[in-house]
Design a protein around this ligand. Sequence first.
Ligand SMILES: Cc1ncc(C[n+]2csc(CCOP(=O)(O)OP(=O)(O)O)c2C)c(N)n1
Ligand SMILES: CC(=O)[C@@H](O)[C@H](O)COP(=O)(O)O
Ligand SMILES: [Mg+2]
Length: 622
Amino acid sequence: MFLETIMTPSDLKKLTFDQMERLAQEIRSYLLEVVSRTGGHLAPNLGVVELSIALHYVFNSPQDKIIWDVGHQSYVHKILTGRREELKTLRQFKGLSGFPKRSESVHDCFETGHSSTSISAALGFALARDLKQEKNSVIAVIGDGALTGGMAYEALNHAGQLGTRLIVILNDNEMSITRNVGAMSGYLSRLRTDPLYHRSKEDVREVLQRIPNIGPKMFKAAERFKDSVKYLLVSGMLFEELGFTYLGPIDGHNLRILNQVLERARLLPGPVLLHVKTIKGKGYPPAEKQPNKFHGIGPFDLKTGKTRPRRVPTFTEVFGKAVIKIAEDHPELVAITAAMSEGTGLCEFSRRYPRRFFDVGIAEQHAVTMAAGLAQTGCLPVVAIYSTFLQRAYDQIVHDVALQNLHIIFALDRAGIVGEDGETHQGVFDLSYLRHIPRMTVMAPRDQSELVAMLKSSLKYSGPIAIRYPRGSGPQEEVDYRLPVLPFGRGELLREGEDLVILAVGPLVYQALEAAEQLSMKGKEAAVINCRFVKPLDEELILEWSNRTKKVITIEENVIAGGFGSAVLELLADRGFNGEAARMGIPDSFLGHGAPDLLCRSIGLNAAGIIDLIKSKGWLDS
Ligand SMILES: Cc1ncc(C[n+]2csc(CCOP(=O)(O)OP(=O)(O)O)c2C)c(N)n1
Ligand SMILES: CC(=O)[C@@H](O)[C@H](O)COP(=O)(O)O
Ligand SMILES: [Mg+2]
């Protein structure tokens, strides 16, 4: 077993190519053994086994900097940099992160998680190196999906102009999470497959020279239009025009070729783009066949590739069904995703309404402003973007949507604690980054049926509307799709009580009810309000019960700073409230990875935490 001999990248350099090929097989088996138990991003990592080995063979991390775009494909890098054993704790509470983490290793030089950041970061490393007159290499590994993110072009544009030494490795497996989209994807596939694109200028000269009489003249004429010749016949013209030396496309599973071309790239003076062709899920037939399913997967049966069936409908599934039902009666409704059609539940919608479905690629900013154009022209866009990824489009929401007061429905999936994806993916800022935007409506359903009601109600409201809901199954096994339109801005009194009031947002309502039951057994009666609207607040209901009990607790799956609780404190302060209030939510720090209930418990964001808070305030005794 060569795998056990690899503790640092330098151990790799002792191996022959044949031994490295054996190592690649061992790594694949190990990935399958571990990820089938822990869950994780299996297919992306199976696709970069040889590339990761070759990178650490040719370059000298940590002196040479390797930045993994998105970073979901960094498990092999972690195995090669001394974390083979810790991989067994992958994505578990206090275990190894599923993304690069500087606290884990010096070889993780930059943290990623959101897409398309690697080239910008790499350019930063390269420029700092140049300023310090150092000589190390800087490498960004970016996927074809991540290359649909606009930030990548901002960086390519800048790097190409500066001409600094930088290596961008385009890991092209023709997949984002689902099949890749966009004109760039089409260009890359031509680079991969069209023989014409593989010819060099010399080949063209030879071909044209063979044509008697006119051949040489043609070549001279073509020479004059060198761009067209270069564009037509030299591979990777787009990148060359941006100032990069384009190498490839090469087989990303051939260690000898990888090592040879990486060695060449290492010695080139300016920015280089190496186009590498890989197979997402390579080496595990179920993943090769369904790279989307195995992009990010829960624990699964290695023999069958099957995951544990889920009984309770997820918020995502309910959203997907409800938006189709609504679309049947509203031809103006269009649905938009940013490369997350499966994750947001829009696949069936895309099949039913292909002309009313848009997958923009990993381009959240573009998605929002395109929605603004659609809304301005009579469509009703439903923009389904994870809470964390919508952070990318904050200014577009303010500048292109709210300012023009456009009627757009933002479906914020994965809002709240997502769990195993950790800090970069927790959807815990949206209540804070949305509620202060003028004209914005912000809602949070307590369960799947209320999500349906909010979607339907949003048709009757005006302006920009955000509905935020969590990852995974909701509390209901049966969903009622017939709920009536909700009264705008109104909360729901779920329980009366004279001793205190708990104002809860989303599914945390059920933790509040649980706490109220426990308090009742201690002789205290808590009122519980389902605060469906984070903006506008139901001021009347909140003030009534705050003044009545004089003790207020707010609880939300959002950072405490600037969230729902802050909005309530602002209201109470403005209205001269003279009681006591306490906020519960995510503390002012980044929440790591682990199972959501463990993470909630770790910060007391549950019924027990509510009781503990009440005890700490001495409210049980008063
Ligand atoms: C800003 C942002 N939007 C969406 C995502 C979700 N996401 C994670 S990986 C991925 C696809 C990446 O495709 P690619 O870069 O080709 O990598 P591959 O998985 O194919 O190796 C997407 C859309 C993200 N991480 N960041
Ligand atoms: C790496 C990445 O950003 C996505 O794959 C993300 O992990 C998907 O999250 P869900 O599993 O919640 O859809
Ligand atoms: Mg890809």
